[in-house]
Design a protein around this ligand. Structure first.
Ligand code: ZN
Length: 244
């Protein structure tokens, strides 16, 4: 089975379109979406509908992220920064009640025997912790039974392997060795923060025991123009150029 793994679209329709087009060429059997379809960008409704269309085409595990949870009222955005809070307020006004209800119904985790998926961390999915390094990864791995887990949330793409102890693994791809476990952050489709502004996603092949982190170019300028025209904070547009 080949899985297309993506997350943190953040209402960036141009980036989402580029990633879904790229995944369509990857012979994907099932999709895993790790949350944050909305927040920051100018196209929350269009992105949400693209995700629902994808779910009607193929099996797509579709999780909640912290921005999704804040927009539908399940998470208090008080802990968000000012730009994110403003984006939450703006996004709420763009979505009809049925889309808000759909966001409310998203689960926090998903998985099968060989993989687990969560937006933030497996140790407290509802608290939206970030895995920023090996110490956080160890807490996460204590809860991880499966060979590989997929996380998003930090918008940094990386792979951590764990045999006796957790360590950084291949930067863009990794063969999954028997007896080892892995944590894979798929980066962000719509607002990368790891210095590469291209949209990020991952492909997991359970038969070939291989995971790959991939990037694709998209029309950044168009996404930026829409953010500014929508009256969202221009900082949210500007940061897409640098991917930081
Ligand atoms: Zn995010």
């Amino acid at each position: 089975m080949r899985y297309g793994v993506f997350s943190d679209v953040h209402a960036n329709l141009e980036a989402m379109t580029a990633v879904l087009d790229a995944l369509r060429r990857e012979d994907i059997d099932e999709y895993i979406f790790l949350g944050d379809i909305v927040g920051y960008g100018a196209d929350p409704a269009a992105c949400l509908h693209r995700l629902r269309d994808l779910m009607s085409e193929k099996k797509c595990y579709c999780l909640a992220g912290n921005h999704d949870s804040a927009v539908c009222g399940l998470t208090d955005p008080a802990g968000f920064n000012a730009f994110a809070r403003e984006a939450v307020r703006w996004t709420r006004k763009q979505l009809p009640a049925r889309d808000i209800e759909w966001l409310k119904a998203r689960p926090l985790t998903a998985g099968r025997a060989d993989w687990a998926a969560v937006h933030g961390s497996l140790w407290e999915p509802q608290r939206w912790h970030y895995i920023t390094g090996l110490t956080d990864a160890r807490s996460h791995l204590e809860r991880q039974q499966a060979r590989v887990s997929f996380v998003g949330h930090s918008h940094h793409a990386w792979i951590i392997s764990c045999r006796e102890k957790a360590q950084w693994a291949g930067k863009t791809e990794e063969s999954l060795e028997p007896g080892a476990r892995y944590v894979v952050n798929d980066g962000s489709v719509g607002q990368p923060r790891d210095g590469d502004p291209r949209a990020s996603y991952a492909v997991y092949d359970d038969g070939a025991r291989r995971v790959e982190l991939k990037r694709v170019d998209y029309d950044i300028e168009l996404a930026q123009r829409k953010i500014r025209e929508a009256g969202l904070p221009s900082f949210l547009a500007g940061r897409l150029t640098s991917g930081i």
